[in-house]
Design a protein. Structure first.
Length: 291
């Protein structure tokens, strides 16, 4: 998983057309999980779809004709495997940037197979793809309550919480996964734990961090900045800069500086403790309409 917070989960160099690579990687994995659950006789026809979808970042440039063809293939499985098929169609809708269609397909998938973990992990990834981080956290909690010993769900719950700025909760899901005796490590897990300890020491709650993210998100909406993934690094001991804002997509330096100043002013007027936070991340992907 690329870095997103303090060396974890976010790597601008790894971004593709405004899509957080972490979301894209897990989106691809979700497609694999859903497709691999379909009988082997159909795999050859579907492998090509998976390969093409991997080349299509959310909100990026793509061939509508190819996606329509892939969609028709997935739709051909709706009667036999409705949960799996709707899950794949939901991922396709996410790639196309169609949130309404994504929600429709995942609702249908959940109705068909309400307890399937791969559907729920795909749903979390799709929600994060549209910047619905808090909603993804709620889905993660519900899924992990239903299947508390499912390692993949615990991993996705961890990612959902990190994107929402809920680092202490993310550390909790990591601890639950460790208790299962899963051998494969999660890159950056130690940094998540360190961030959670830092926040606890400063007596800063996850809600405080999430509130800060919402303030940053509000500024992005006000400025109608689309296709941006902004990385906010709050004041540290070694620097006088209150906020550092970095866009994945090329933005005019003047616009970046103005957004930086707006967020700085807003935070300066807030009741949030100075130097209490290390990193806050807000991600929004390309959309046809402003938020």
């Amino acid at each position: 998983m690329p870095v997103l917070c303090g060396g974890f989960l976010f790597d601008p160099a790894a971004e593709s057309d405004g899509c957080p690579q972490g979301v894209q990687d897990r989106q691809n994995c979700g497609i694999d999980q859903a497709m691999n659950a379909i009988p082997t006789a159909n795999i050859k026809e579907l492998v090509a779809i998976i390969a093409r979808l991997r080349e299509m970042p959310i909100g990026g440039r793509y061939s509508e004709m190819v996606l329509q063809r892939d969609r028709r293939v997935a739709e051909s499985f709706l009667d036999r495997y409705p949960g799996r098929a709707h899950s794949v169609l939901g991922i396709i809708a996410t790639i196309r940037g169609d949130e309404e269609e994504m929600r429709y397909h995942f609702e249908a998938a959940r109705e068909a197979e309400p307890h399937e973990a791969y559907i729920r992990t795909n749903h979390m990834v799709a929600l994060q793809g549209f910047g619905c981080f808090s909603e993804a956290v709620l889905e993660a909690r519900e899924a992990c309550k239903d299947q508390p010993r499912h390692a993949d769900l615990l991993v996705e719950a961890t990612f959902a919480c990190i994107y929402a700025g809920r680092f202490q909760e993310a550390a909790h899901w990591l601890e639950n996964r460790d208790k299962l005796g899963v051998i494969s490590p999660i890159p950056g897990a130690e940094e998540v734990h360190a961030c959670a300890r830092f926040l606890r020491e400063k007596r800063v709650s996850d809600l405080d961090v999430e509130s800060l993210q919402l303030q940053a998100a509000a500024i992005l909406r006000e400025r109608r900045v689309l296709g941006a993934v902004a990385h906010y690094s709050l004041r540290q001991e070694e620097t006088d800069h209150w906020i550092t804002l970095r866009f994945v997509l090329r933005q005019p330096s003047r616009e970046v500086a103005e957004l930086d100043w707006l967020l700085s002013e807003r935070l300066a007027r807030s009741s949030l403790p100075e130097r209490a936070f290390r990193h806050v991340v807000v991600g929004y992907l390309s959309r046809e309409e402003p938020f």
